[in-house]
Write a protein that binds this ligand. Structure first.
Ligand code: BGP
Length: 469
């Protein structure tokens, strides 16, 4: 059926600094935790990515032409503070002023994250989020940005706290590549929440007039069937992936139910979590002060109980069926018949988005306005012939199904105010490189030429069908 978008719906495309900018060695930029790591790994380089550092005017012009009214970008911490702290690098500061001006001049509202997976190398070496001193540096960096970039009215502290913690310490596909270091995996989540909360509290104390929130990716967890052990496995995995962070951000504490699950996981894995005096006061102060919530959604997980040793393999190549995940005492990820998967083994399950929107609204009254800050489909795609448009019907179908889920939840009272497709243009993907494309616009990474995909045309058409929904 033909859809229409609500009036004033935010309709945007998403990017992240390290995935689009390239130019990792210019204008005084410091290294992130990825630079040396990727070089040593030798699989792919973050340069030139989509060369957004130089070509942002072109991408912004395309965004405007194809009906977008917003864009998600992140600030690269190491463009502002090359070491993570110290003296600001004026060239980096000037770049973001130019970028935000270009957005605003073209009718695109910038939604800006302070941290999108790109910790400064120096701080990473000192323990990244596991080192509480780095939280202080993050707060200083945030304060600098708030005072400097007054043209920005919509801020997110950290993108996908779980993905960082999980990919670094559980799944092992982000540096430092630890597998099932459960203590680090949970401690990083808590420390990131603390960093988020301190920045929100600071923002409000400064009396700034914009809005601030955080971004969680929600991966709803379903038991593969009704067997009690599988239902329990799903509950544990949900606590680790979703509920701990939702509680921390929107209740301001971890509920007894959540801690039961977390403690069970910790016990079974001989792991521990340290919460210092005063931490929960900080979370509690922030919990009522988030102006909005950015929800990223790609996929759900089906879980069955698993008692063996933890083991996993990550599909970073797009070779279907090569991923596995088994978490001792928690559960094992399994596929469900009838649920399609991508070449990277991600379930395509729009019901999960609907369920997540309903859940967050039901269980977390402090979670007010929601934006879908990422959603999209990664595909292998070939460059179209000159003058041709790349047909990506699978992506259109994916977005259409998920938009349907969003509009349904909205009709039932969930306050969703916008949607950002991941991604605006094709980009560099952290653990997958360049063959997993998500963009509305195809990028030939060699020539940096942009090509239109049919999803961009579809996006534009929807932008023009706003109703009083
Ligand atoms: C999210 C991240 C993005 C982006 C996206 C797609 O977790 O916020 O940075 O990369 O997922 O993931 P991937 O690139 O691994 O396919």
């Amino acid at each position: 059926r033909v859809k229409s978008l609500p009036q004033d719906f935010v309709w945007g495309g998403a990017t992240a600094a390290y995935q689009v900018e390239g130019a990792t060695k210019v204008d005084g930029k410091g290294k992130t935790m990825w630079d040396d790591y990727l070089e040593a790994q030798g699989r792919f380089s973050p340069d030139p990515a989509s060369d957004f550092y130089h070509r942002f005017p072109e991408d912004i012009a395309l965004s405007k032409e194809y009906g977008l009214n917003a864009i998600r970008v992140s600030i690269a911490w190491t463009r502002i503070f090359p070491q993570g702290y110290g003296k600001p690098n004026q060239e980096g500061v000037a770049y973001y002023h130019r970028l935000f001006k270009e957005c605003l001049d073209n009718g695109l509202e910038p939604y800006v994250s302070l941290h999108h997976f790109d910790s400064p190398q120096t701080l990473f070496e000192d323990g990244d989020w596991l080192n509480r001193q780095n939280i202080d540096y993050f707060v200083d960096y945030a304060e600098f940005c708030f005072k400097e970039f007054t043209e920005v009215k919509n801020w997110f502290t950290i993108n996908e706290l779980i993905s960082l913690a999980y990919s670094q310490y559980i799944q092992g596909n982000f540096p430092p590549n630890h597998h099932f270091d459960v203590s680090a995996g949970i401690q990083a989540q808590h420390n990131e929440l603390l960093a988020h909360a301190r920045v929100v509290n600071l923002y409000k104390k400064l009396g700034l007039t914009g809005r601030i929130g955080l971004i969680h990716v929600i991966q709803p967890i379903y038991p593969i069937d009704d067997a009690p052990e599988n239902v329990h496995a799903a509950k544990l995995q949900d606590a680790f992936m979703n509920k701990f962070l939702l509680d921390g951000a929107f209740l301001g504490h971890y509920s007894a139910d959540t801690m039961d699950s977390i403690n069970e996981i910790l016990r079974l894995n001989e792991a521990h979590l340290e919460i210092e005096d005063g931490d929960l006061d900080i979370l509690a102060e922030a919990a009522t002060q988030n102006d909005f919530f950015g929800m990223n959604y790609y996929q759900n997980q089906f879980i069955k109980a698993y008692q063996g040793e933890s083991t996993n393999s990550f599909n970073g190549t797009g070779e279907k069926g090569t991923s596995s995940f088994k978490f001792k005492g928690v559960g094992e990820a399994v596929k469900k018949e009838g649920v399609p998967t991508t070449d990277w083994d991600w379930n395509i399950y729009p019901e999960g988005l609907y369920d997540s929107l309903k859940r967050v609204t039901r269980d977390y009254p402090n979670c007010k306005t929601i934006y879908i800050t990422e959603n999209g489909l990664g595909l292998k795609e070939e460059k179209p012939a000159e003058g041709e448009i790349l047909a990506d019907p699978k992506r259109i179908d994916y977005i259409d199904q998920h938009l349907e889920a969003i509009l349904q939840a909205r009709d039932e009272g969930v306050d969703v105010q916008g949607y950002f497709v991941w991604s605006l243009q094709d980009q560099f993907s952290w653990a997958n490189g360049y063959n997993k494309r998500y963009g509305l616009f195809f990028v030939d990474f060699e020539t940096q030429k942009r090509y239109i995909k049919t999803s961009a045309l579809w996006f534009k058409e929807l932008a023009e069908t706003k109703t009083e929904r």
